[in-house]
Design a protein around this ligand. Sequence first.
Ligand code: HEM
Length: 217
Amino acid sequence: MHTLLASKYTKAVLFLLGLGPLASIVWPFWRGYTIPNPLEFIQHATGDWTLRFLLITLTISPLRKLFHVPELIRFRRMLGLFAFFYACLHFTTYLLFDKVFDLSEIWKDVYKRPFITVGFTAFVLLIPLAITSTAGWIRRLGGRRWQMLHRAIYFSAVCGVIHYYWQVKSAVIRPLTYGALVALLLGWRVMDWLVRRKQTVSPAKPAVQQASVQRLS
Ligand code: HEM
């Protein structure tokens, strides 16, 4: 298992798998199949896959720790970038086919339609994360600041779920399921943080040391 995850081929296979949703979107058009509402088809598929990749990215850390597979970290950046890639396609579909590059119409939408406002927020939050996803940026920002910045992925996922929930009329099961998964993943992080904090401030340590640890965290 560890050897497989450490292999360079696994990364290449994962990359090809990440392109699978794109192929499933392009395929019916390429084959000339009749699609009743092509714009809706693309918008829904790209929106769904953005959210799925965000969730998969957020699953990496819990899986690494729970199953003791540190090698999984190798795939996190790629998965996050796939989330951004599908978000770009999703936004581009809206920009090109829904609003035909009418920037004033887009601003009106962002301003007036809450589900667009929150979707736009989710998208904008991902931009700095994609830009600073390289090793060079981790060095430039420093590990701690980089980590702080990259916590924005949680807000993006929450905004993505709200964006989805606000636009559906009655089919709330899917957005609520995504919401429950995001809550579970965030809940795990809070628990993990609390456990680590408790371990750092163990009763065996002298009181002065405990106080300084508390101030730092
Ligand atoms: C991280 C960012 C985003 C995520 C995760 C996301 C996610 C989603 C999801 C899951 C859907 C519904 C798919 C379905 O019904 O199966 C959707 C639909 C949609 N999204 Fe987004 N979205 C994001 C950003 C945006 C942005 C920036 C815009 C435009 C400014 C936008 C506009 C739309 C529109 C117009 C629809 C279709 C609504 C309809 O059919 O009535 N989204 N999005």
